[in-house]
Every structure is written in C-alpha cells, then in structure tokens.
Design a protein around this ligand. Structure first.
Ligand code: ACO
Length: 325
C-alpha cells in the first residue's frame, strides 16, 4: 500500500459579507444572541451569478498550484456538496470541465457536513491501492440557496464557500493514519432538505417548502456534542495515537459551543484548534477544507504535526481522520 497525504490546499469564499447586524433587519434576532449561542459574526454569500462549481473552481486552482501539478495530472475529482449546481450533471463534472482536467473521472459525494471527510477516505483508499495517483477532493457549498431567510432558527448559521485539497503519495511516516466514518439514518429527519428528490411531487406545497434546510436545532446540537469528541477519539485510537498527540484539531465549524465541548472531551486548549466560524458560519462540506487551507496559510501547520479532522452532519453522518502533515 502507498502512503497517502495532502499535497496541496486551497480555499475560496465569496466577497459579499452578510453580518449579524444585517440579519437583525431580516428576522427577530440580535447580534448578541447569535454570537453567544453560535460564535458566528458574519458569513459569505455567493453572487447571483455564482454557483457551487464556481466556488469549487477557485478553491481548486489554489490547491493545484500548491501541489505543483496541472489539472491534466488529476485522475479523479470528488466534490462533496449538498448544494450541487444541478441534480445532474454532477458538480464534479462541471468542475472537471472548467479545470480542463481531461483525464480525470468525476463524481459528487453526498454526506452533508461530513462529506469532505468521506471524500478524503474514498480518495485515500484509491491512491493507497495504486489505482490513482492524484485525486482532487473538494467541499463546496452555496448554502444561501437552500436557506430560508425568514427562519431565524437556521438563517443565522449558514454561509457559502469552498475548500479543496489534492491528495497524492507522500513519504513513509507522513500522511493519513486513520479514518472513522459513521452514519445513523434513523436521525435523518433532524436535518434535511426534503424537496428536489423523488419522494415529493414537485407540484406539492411541501416540495416548495422542502427546498430549504429544515433543522431540529437542539437535537442536532446534542448529537454533535456526543459525536465530535467520540469520533475523534476513535480515529486517534485506530491510529495508535492519544489525545496528547494532537497538534491541531480542525473541526466542522457549526457552533462554537459544540467545538468547545469537543475540546473539553479531548482535553485540548483552544490554541490547538482551528476556529474560523466567526467569519464564515457553517459552510457544511466546505467548512473543514476552508479551515484547513486557512490554517496552512497562517503557518499553523508544520511538517510532522499530528492533525485531527472531525465533522458531523445531516444523514446523520460523521467522520474523523488523523494525519501526519
Ligand atoms: N435569534 C433569537 N432567538 C432565537 C434565534 C435567533 N436567531 N433562533 C432561535 N431562537 C430562540 C428559539 O426560538 C428559542 O426560543 P423559545 O424557547 O421561545 O422557543 C430559544 O431561542 C432557544 O432555542 P434553542 O434551540 O434552545 O437554542 P440553542 O441554544 O439550542 O441554539 C442553535 C440554537 C444555535 C441552532 C443550536 O441548537 C445549534 O447550533 N444546533 C446545531 C445546529 C447544527 O450544528 N446544525 C448542523 C447543520 S450542518 C448541515 O448538515 C447543513
């Protein structure tokens, strides 16, 4: 088996900033409530002409440049998203065309906010087996397109953006050490977009409402608190590592209180955690790769560091990974 690691990272967020103060004008809420309950201060919103593949494209250019490879050298593109440009063609195919990655296979992956970790696990297995050499894994979302801006329970949380990584072979001693993926379909009702699929007739009133994210916030919160620390611990154990080995935790950026509970359980100080939800909110599959790319940009990741990536989301799903940078 080949050792597999991340050889390039990139991110892109749209220019338009939606602040808590603006949301105060849209729904019955306050900056103070949003900051204390979630930690979010602002989020980015895609321009009307931008869709998920456009954000994914910008992030991918950065990742390819850092990796020092051209788009033609990609064997596969995986886009994790719950906001594809269209039901089909897949956003990965649209991205393949924009990049000119003519030799790459391409598919989308649906695991909500855990999608990026699921994508890393999939790509890493394919490279380890010798099937592929370079895989582009992208987490990209235009959540503003499925957010109901009259629902204060959800509209304060979400933002748009994309993060991308190139996976390839790395020297022995570096790269991915473990993956811990999980799902609990019995919790599917807690977090969903029910329209746009084959369950509802497109003419039904429910389908129109169903185009937006519906969420049982406090139930999801309890699940997240339980699973974030748990999945990270299991991934560490699989890798033969312990909590004290973590140099940097890169958690899904849903809510500062969920992140803090994970830090408590992992006995980690906040300095060992990447937090940028104050600027971007929850970008679903985009959150972890954006946070990773930003940590790299800020020089917070050094060769030999032990990183733990961990996320949870609709499905319900969760995923964690340990890697040596
Ligand atoms: N402004 C002011 N008040 C609000 C707002 C708001 N924006 N939103 C809700 N409230 C009110 C509620 O109506 C409720 O009032 P009530 O008691 O009179 O009914 C009160 O605040 C408390 O509501 P709770 O739901 O108990 O608040 P909580 O502390 O749980 O925070 C939150 C809500 C932030 C949504 C939290 O539950 C959370 O973060 N949940 C997890 C969400 C999450 O991570 N989702 C992942 C989605 S990822 C994906 O797959 C797309």
């Amino acid at each position: 088996l080949h050792t597999v690691g991340i050889i390039g990272t990139g991110k892109y967020v749209p220019e338009r900033i939606l602040t808590n103060q603006e949301l105060e004008q849209m729904v019955e809420t306050s900056d103070e409530w949003i900051v204390t309950r979630t930690g979010i201060r602002e989020r980015r919103i895609a321009a009307p002409e931008q869709a998920t593949s456009d954000l994914a494209y910008e992030a991918s250019l950065g990742a390819l440049e850092k990796a020092g490879i051209s788009a033609e050298e990609l064997d596969l593109i995986i886009v994790a998203t719950i906001t594809p440009d269209t039901a089909f063609p897949s956003t990965a195919c649209l991205l393949q065309n924009k990049l000119g990655a003519s030799k790459a296979a391409a598919f989308d992956l649906s695991a909500a906010c855990s999608g990026f970790i699921y994508g890393l696990a999939t790509a890493s297995g394919m490279i380890a087996s010798g099937m592929y050499k370079h895989v582009l894994v992208v987490g990209a979302e235009c959540l503003s397109r499925i957010t109901d801006y009259t629902d204060r329970n959800t509209c304060i949380l979400f933002g748009d953006g994309a993060g991308a990584v190139v996976l390839g072979r790395v020297p022995e001693g570096r790269g991915f050490r473990s993956f811990q993926l999980g799902a609990d379909g019995s919790g599917g009702e807690l977090l969903k977009v029910s329209g746009g699929g084959s369950r509802l007739s497109p003419e039904s009133a429910e389908a129109v409402k169903g185009n937006f994210i519906q969420m049982a916030g406090s139930e999801v919160f309890k699940f997240a608190v339980r699973i974030m620390g748990g999945a990270a611990e299991e991934a560490l154990e699989k890798a033969g590592l312990g909590k004290a080995d973590i140099d940097l935790l890169i958690p899904h950026q849903a809510n500062i209180r969920i992140i803090q509970s994970a830090l408590n359980r992992l006995e980690l100080p906040e300095e060992k955690c990447m937090i940028n939800l104050d600027k971007y909110g929850n970008v679903s599959a985009g959150s972890i790769p954006i946070a990773l790319a930003e940590a790299v940009e800020q020089g917070r990741v050094k060769e030999g560091d032990t990183l733990v990536l961990v996320g949870f989301g609709g499905g319900l799903t969760w995923g964690a990974s340990t890697l040596i940078w």
